[in-house]
Write a protein that binds this ligand. Structure first.
Ligand code: CUA
Length: 323
């Protein structure tokens, strides 16, 4: 497509803006599927019309010839579609895997959906509703959950879309490629005002983004809000860093493997921390008693995210300065 063609499509509602590193790959696959489908649709429709005319009944008493297939023909129309579907499968899988595996270093932002709004929490403590500010050129990971029913985040310009489910965390990631404002939709029918559950992603230059970041956050970072909550809820009486508490030491735990009473091992991720707060006896760490009370109903989804972020922040003690 040359410059003029690209301009021709600009502003047409046929395709949304493409503003992420994934957009080009998703579109290429999509175009391929359209071309393959169009080619075979036209071919088959054309052949039907052509043969209908060619072998039409010419006199009232003519009888059709009987016909018993041919091996070559059978093989051709089996083998060609087979290879085409394999190409679609391999190509589709590679795009799917790229979309579902975020890079190691991402800017993490928490998303809570509720009837009928999107709430965003930045690690530095900024909170936004129905508007999400992100810097251009950096991979961003959204860690998402819902307070009530199933919602679905959809940003057409980034070609990303994923369900947002109550009771668990789902992720999407994208790397914006150009500054601008892009539509954000809820793409799962979630009640009366589903159609109003829309917002905007604001992609900014990194310097502008820094300015924006430093403009807000009176309450401090998410992790520090989590630390305060950890004290307020008296979690610190049992989860003590000195291993003398009645609960496991949380320092350095996140991302590690833990052994459960059942002998099973699990990775300590966001979902496990969340579950351990809401339903502590579900999967108890080996060597501990199931004595922790549930905090179901005592903490909101947003507070849960603060606690998760606090546990994440307990990675290690600050390195000792040696000279
Ligand atoms: Cu939320 Cu539809």
């Amino acid at each position: 497509m040359d410059e003029a063609d690209a301009d021709m499509w600009k502003g047409t509602p046929l395709f949304p803006d493409s503003a992420s590193t994934m957009a080009g790959r998703v579109d290429a696959l999509y175009f391929f599927l359209i071309v393959v489908s169009a080619f075979f649709s036209v071919l088959i429709a054309g052949l039907i019309v052509f043969y209908a005319v060619k072998y039409r009944r010419r006199s009232p008493d003519s009888v059709g010839a009987s016909f018993h297939g041919g091996m070559a023909l059978e093989l051709t129309w089996t083998v060609i579609p087979f290879f085409i579907t394999i190409v679609i499968f391999v190509w589709g899988a590679s795009v799917f895997f790229a979309m579902s595996r975020p890079p190691d270093e991402t800017l993490n932002i928490y998303v809570v959906g509720k009837q009928w709004m999107w709430k965003f929490q930045h690690l530095d403590g900024q909170r936004e509703i129905n508007e999400l500010h992100v810097p251009v050129g950096r991979p961003v990971k959204l860690i998402m959950t819902s307070e009530d029913v199933i919602h679905d985040v959809f940003v057409p310009a980034f070609r990303v879309k994923a369900d947002v489910l109550p009771g668990r965390y789902t992720n999407i990631w994208f790397q914006p490629t150009k500054p601008g404002r892009y539509h954000l939709f809820c793409a799962e029918y979630c009640g009366t005002r589903h159609s109003g559950m829309v917002g905007e992603v604001v992609v900014m230059d990194p310097s502008e983004y820094q300015t924006w970041l430093s403009g807000g956050a009176p309450e401090g970072s998410l992790a520090s809000a989590g630390a305060r909550l950890f004290q307020d809820l008296a979690c610190n009486t049992c989860h003590r860093p000195d291993a003398q508490g009645r609960g496991p030491v949380l320092e350095g735990l996140f991302g590690k493997t833990a052994t459960l009473q059942s002998g099973e091992t699990i990775t300590v991720d966001e979902a496990y921390v969340r579950e351990s707060i809401l339903n502590p006896s579900a999967r108890v760490t080996a060597g501990f008693q199931p004595i922790m009370p549930t905090f179901q109903g005592l903490v909101t989804e947003e507070q849960l995210l603060e606690l998760v972020e606090y546990v994440k922040s307990l990675q290690s003690l600050p390195p000792v300065q040696t000279r």
